[in-house]
Design a protein around this ligand. Structure first.
Ligand code: SF4
Length: 378
């Protein structure tokens, strides 16, 4: 543990740990107290903020803990935030909240393990996390062939936590496998831990909460719902955003496959390479810039701006004209990327044709509506 940092303050950064829930349990605060007692209003407000930060920023801010009382409120805010998310019961919110908590913990882990890298602190932290998620890490059996590896973990545990990591560097064949152990750098191991944290946080969400309980905390959930609604209005139902402004005519006409991939990217879900290619080529064909597309990938768990730029530029081509056309429906089907197809899909064989067709239909409906209201005028 860092010098001068109390155990309860440290647990505030990792509220999903068993030690944190034991600490909270030992406080003896009942659910009723947490929901209604004036003493815990600070914990409730902070719980609400946790969720709002996740919605707004995709990360949960780590506070500066000055006292035990403050640490306890912070620790209590975590179960309250989970109750809030459960009452709203929105699949997108559940994913975004769990991912935001996991990402914030990962950043803190990276920070803590690098400050302690030369001492035993970094190693202690790795052992602690490994123990928490029942992983047998080993520092002693590393061979000289893998001089960059700092941690070994059993391949069964590795597979248990990396099934959502799509980048090819995570594939088992691309790792050094020695006697059933996978070699990892410390940072990579912590990235695996982020996946374990995400799985733990999202496991029981939404919690089974009663309607009466949700009603009693309506004043907190109302603010979060307003935040969600504001984002929906700002960024549209297509589910993604660009800082440079969205230049596509009408994202509501996107085919269901592209909408589904974009929603996953927005929620920070790992998306297979073929789906990334499809969505990138589709949006480039529609006229989005490289920078606008990079913005879309910023929520991805493994976002690396340089690598993403390289890949998008490669698909865009260097001469201004897009090098690749978006894949056809049959290619999308081959790779399992044809998702949620609807009746318009039956009339097209390409996602771009779907988009054009839906745009035309929408324009026609608008014209018809205009004519109708003109005729109805007195
Ligand atoms: S049929 Fe084509 S446009 Fe429709 S969801 Fe499948 S891939 Fe997308």
């Amino acid at each position: 543990m860092e010098e001068g940092v109390t155990e309860e303050a440290r647990l505030c950064f990792y509220p999903f740990l068993s030690a944190a829930s034991n600490y909270v349990e030992a406080l003896g605060v009942t659910l009723d107290d947490l929901i209604t007692a004036a003493t815990f209003e600070r914990a409730r407000l902070r719980g609400k903020e946790r969720v709002r930060e996740a919605v707004r920023e995709g990360a949960v801010r780590k506070p500066v803990i000055m006292s035990t009382a403050q640490a306890e409120m912070e620790l209590l805010s975590y179960p309250f935030a989970r109750i809030l998310v459960s009452c709203i019961s929105n699949a997108h919110l559940v994913r975004r909240y769990a991912l935001s908590e996991a990402k914030s913990a990962y950043n803190k882990l990276l920070e803590d393990s690098s400050t302690g890298s030369s001492s035993s602190a970094g190693t202690d932290l790795i052992y602690e996390m490994a123990q928490e998620f029942e992983i047998q890490v080993d520092f002693s059996r590393l061979s000289h062939e893998h001089e960059h590896a700092q941690v070994q973990m059993p391949f069964v545990d590795y597979l248990r936590f990396t099934s959502n990591l799509r980048d090819k560097r995570w594939k088992l064949v691309n790792r050094g496998l020695e006697k059933g152990q996978v070699n990892l750098r410390k940072g990579e191991f912590l990235r695996v831990i982020q996946e374990a944290i995400y799985a733990r946080i999202s496991k029981d969400l939404p919690l089974d909460v009663s309607g009466a309980l949700c009603e009693s905390i309506r004043k907190y959930t109302r603010d979060i719902e307003a935040e969600l609604e504001e984002r929906r209005k700002k960024f549209g139902d297509s589910g993604f955003e660009t800082s440079a402004g969205f230049r596509v005519k009408d994202p509501s006409c996107f085919p269901p496959c592209i909408t589904a991939i974009l929603a996953n990217l927005k929620d920070g879900v790992n998306v297979p390479h073929t789906a990334r290619f499809a969505v990138t080529a589709f949006l480039l064909n529609l006229g989005l810039t490289v920078d606008e597309i990079i913005e879309i990938y910023k929520n991805s768990p493994d976002f690396d701006e340089e690598r993403t730029r390289y890949q998008v530029v490669h698909i865009a081509g260097s001469q201004g004209s897009t090098k690749y056309t978006a894949p056809s429906c049959s290619t999308m089907r081959t790779y399992g990327n044809c998702i949620d197809n609807d009746d318009v899909c039956e009339k097209v064989n390409h996602p771009l044709s779907y988009y054009k067709r839906r745009l035309k239909l929408k324009q026609k409906q608008r014209v018809e509506k205009g004519v109708k209201s003109k005729n109805e005028r007195p």
